[in-house]
Design a protein around this ligand. Structure first.
Ligand code: DGT
Ligand code: CA
Ligand code: CA
Ligand code: ZN
Length: 598
């Protein structure tokens, strides 16, 4: 709402503060309501990026369900601003222009005027832009009803933990696509082991996140959460928990194939267990038992898509690949600082990476000069930054940090666990933390870079990425990337396809050629873990792994809290069958640096 008002420094500052606060709240690992209940206004103000003014608005919202200031702003306009929220490229400023010129108030209005060819006449618009907006509306509509994994992850984990800690509950797991770490989630499927179904369902439907009860039976409830997402809860006796979890984890295709395996052995598999011809139960209490009873290895949820995993899991078969684990990363190779569009200093990012996430290194990859929007760095600024990093590394060695803020609190959870047996400890006691000097160099339209090689070669590691000219035809776009990869100073291609899930498709690129060239030039390809990117996606990761291409998983952090996104990148890597050895930032930094192309 504020962004639609006339620009003045005060408004710009407010917008920025609200955005930072919203980002932090979305990614808190604890419930903000509970923080407020236990620690009051002071507790809210201890959350990074939340000052007194925003804290009291949060208090007002938690107490009354409304924020007066927001209601006032809304009453000033007849535009339905929230309908446009999440529609890439249509920001508040554009909405205002559309309203002033054509009276556009909501999404259907916009679709109508765009398809009638009325947009192209407005200053700053064109026929091409009009077409793009129509395409974006379609993509946006298609994506509606599915939620980004990272958007809902903290909320789902919170409900899962609460269920698990409730009296009488033996196990509680958010199954379905969530457990398989799919990039988007349709609904959540909670599976709980207990003999007290009624008690647990009463507890579930009384949780503060639940907006509407859609159905409630003896062992199953259906609800709609306040954020609009649906969730099912199934309560099942302990002796059938494994088979129920197996069934509701899916995928459906994997489940159907499993039933066929059972039938071929004269067995019958369903939610309640595995049964023989005489209806005797042979397995069901744990998932492992279910797989073992069918002479299969336990299969990690992320690869349960019936794309060959069952065949490999068969006893006497080749065996499943040993997938990268959620605590295998030693460092992060795409991190932004407040020198460009990040929000925290290099020191703060480093300290959080070391203390809260147990990392051994991060690369500071600020944008470069041709990306004006982010105040990209020029040659001198890059080299100055590299010098500053060298000094910081010296100070870190001596145990002296220069930070304005203590490490994050509350401490974000760093581990994702999809199965008991994968629970492992966090890396601790890192002595030699290292900040790597680096950059996210902008790839120009012709595949050249905006920083010369003699400067880049003074940095520890260099990533390159495309941020403009998305609509070049596929051959030109592919050649542009190949040229960047052939540059001896470029170690990594960041977010190689440029997509933003549910927002834009990314630029067209010949993925086979891209992968082959990465292999030939020993250029690393990134899995950007930021949850609306997840780029490379699972399918491309699988192709890359098959071709033996080296990958890295980075957070693309613009705030320390974003390091927690790495688990989504690891999930995507696992969905692409990647092993630890396929992901080079599982290596100590010395080994990592010595395996680069230069
Ligand atoms: P979503 O919610 O669209 O992101 O995807 P899922 O995989 O969570 O699908 P959902 O919620 O419809 O169902 C959860 C799981 O339940 C699914 O992964 C497998 C199992 N399931 C659902 N319907 C069927 C079915 O018709 N046959 C079989 N074998 N399994 C099913
Ligand atoms: Ca689901
Ligand atoms: Ca479901
Ligand atoms: Zn950035």
């Amino acid at each position: 709402m504020l962004e639609m008002e006339d620009e003045n420094p005060n408004i710009i500052f407010k917008v920025r503060s609200y955005k930072a606060a919203s980002d932090v709240i979305t990614n808190l690992s604890s419930n903000i309501e509970e923080i407020y209940k236990n620690h009051g206004l002071k507790g809210l103000m201890q959350i990074p990026s939340i000052g007194k003014a925003i804290a009291s608005k949060i208090e007002e919202y938690l107490r009354t369900g409304k924020i007066q200031y927001f209601e006032e702003l809304k009453s000033k306009t007849s535009i339905k601003v929230d309908e446009f929220y999440g529609l890439e490229g249509i920001g508040p400023k554009t909405i205002k222009i559309l309203y002033d010129n054509l009276g556009v108030k909501d999404l259907s209005n916009l679709e109508k005027v765009a398809s009638e060819g009325k947009l192209r006449n407005i200053r700053g618009f064109s026929e091409r832009k009009e077409e793009m907006i129509l395409k974006k509306i379609q993509l946006f509509r298609k994506g509606r009803g599915r939620y980004l994994l990272g958007e809902v992850y903290p909320l789902v984990k919170q409900i899962e933990t609460r269920l698990l800690n409730f009296e009488g509950v033996k196990s509680a797991v958010a199954a379905g696509s969530f457990r398989r770490m799919k990039e988007t989630i349709g609904d959540i499927d909670f599976v709980v082991a207990s003999n007290e179904a009624k008690k647990i369902m009463d507890y579930f439907i009384s949780m503060p996140e639940i907006g509407e009860i859609l159905g409630k039976g003896a062992s199953k409830s259906f609800v709609r959460l306040n954020n609009g997402m649906d969730a099912d809860l199934l309560v099942i006796p302990e002796e059938s928990f494994g088979s129920a979890l197996q069934y509701f984890t899916g995928s459906k295709e994997h489940g159907v194939a499993m039933r066929k395996v059972a039938l071929a052995k004269g067995l019958h598999l369903n939610e309640w267990g595995i049964f023989d011809k005489n209806q005797n139960k042979v397995a069901g209490s744990t998932e492992e038992d279910v797989y073992h009873a069918l002479d299969l290895e336990w299969i990690p949820p992320e690869i349960r898509e019936n794309t060959g995993e069952i065949e490999l899991a068969k006893t006497g078969g080749k065996g499943l690949p040993h997938l990268i684990q959620y605590n295998d990363l030693r460092g992060d190779l795409q991190v932004h600082s407040d020198s460009t569009d990040g929000t925290m200093s290099i020191e703060d990012m480093a300290l959080a990476a070391k203390e809260s996430f147990g990392f051994e290194y991060i690369a500071i990859t600020d944008h470069t000069k041709s990306l004006k929007l982010t105040n990209g760095l020029d040659e001198t600024q890059l080299l100055d930054q590299a010098n500053k990093i060298a000094e910081l590394n010296d100070r870190i060695k001596q145990g002296q940090y220069d930070t304005k803020q203590p490490p994050l609190q509350p401490k974000p959870e760093t581990q994702h666990t999809c199965n008991e047996k994968e629970k492992t400890t966090t890396v601790t006691g890192v002595k030699n933390f290292k900040i790597l000097s680096a950059a996210e160099v902008n790839i120009m339209k012709d595949g050249s870079l905006d920083i010369p090689n003699n400067v880049l070669d003074k940095l520890d590691i260099v990533g390159a990425a495309i941020h403009s000219n998305f609509s070049l035809p596929i051959e030109l776009q592919t050649n542009r990337l190949l040229k960047a990869m052939e540059n001896p100073s470029i170690d990594i291609i960041f977010h190689p396809t440029g997509r933003r899930i549910n927002k834009r498709e990314g630029y067209p690129v010949n993925i086979e050629k891209l992968l082959d060239n990465a292999k030939d030039t020993n250029t690393l390809l990134e899995i950007d873990a930021y949850y609306d990117r997840l780029d490379l996606k699972d399918e491309y990761v699988k192709m890359a792994v098959q071709k033996g291409i080296n990958l890295v998983i980075d957070s693309d952090a613009h705030h320390p809290i974003h390091f927690a996104f790495l688990k989504f990148g690891i999930g995507q890597a696992r969905r692409g069958w990647a092993r630890k050895s396929d992901i080079l930032n599982t290596l100590p930094f010395k080994e990592l640096l010595s395996s680069l192309k230069r």
